[in-house]
Design a protein around this ligand. Structure first.
Ligand code: HEC
Length: 149
């Protein structure tokens, strides 16, 4: 009797541990997902890590002609600060790599595909980080400062 009571306790304890083990990857996944969706660091007002700073530069070299300065959109292309409030990172990657066309009556709206442009594709995370920091309201307009490295 004693022995079986003891083993029941062990069983209960191991069930509790199993529950913990099952829960922990969930939390780790959540943290990993946050880092994936928000790959920027803001270390002081208007001051960002190297990746995000580089994204600012790349954005203004390749995207701002259509999407406007600071990601704020133009009469031709959408405001990406707004877009990224609802668009997950994978969708962003897909649109930038593959492009998109919306040819409705009287209006031709074309997002070029960048999959062959190495200077964009190699730095997609940087451009995304910059725009996501803007979209989250963590970074203002204009050229940011760099965090001390
Ligand atoms: C030649 C102009 C042009 C350039 C350059 C350009 N885009 Fe676009 N982009 C557009 C247009 C137009 C749309 C809207 C397409 C549509 O109506 O489906 C768009 C759509 C997008 C969208 C989808 C927005 C949404 O709300 O669905 C993303 C993301 C995007 N562009 C990112 C970028 C990035 C990043 C760059 C630079 C690497 C870039 N674009 C360069 C014209 C451009």
């Amino acid at each position: 009797m004693r022995c079986s009571g003891g083993s029941r306790l062990v069983l209960l304890a191991s069930a509790a541990i199993a529950a913990l083990v099952v829960c922990m990857p969930g939390r780790a996944d959540q943290a990993a997902n946050d880092a994936y969706e928000r790959p920027y660091t803001v270390c002081a007002p208007n001051t960002v890590d190297r990746v995000t700073y580089n994204g600012y530069r790349r954005y203004h070299a390749y995207c701002h002609v259509c999407h406007g300065p600071d990601g704020l959109g133009s009469s031709y292309a959408p405001n990406l600060v707004e877009s990224l409030k609802v668009m997950p990172r994978d969708d962003f990657t897909q649109v930038v790599a593959g492009g998109r066309q919306n040819i409705a009556a009287g209006k031709e709206s074309v997002m070029p595909a960048f999959y062959e442009v190495a200077d964009v594709m190699n730095y997609l995370e940087d451009i995304y980080a910059y725009l996501k920091a803007r979209s989250d309201g963590k970074l203002g307009r204009g050229r940011p400062e760099r965090c001390p490295s």
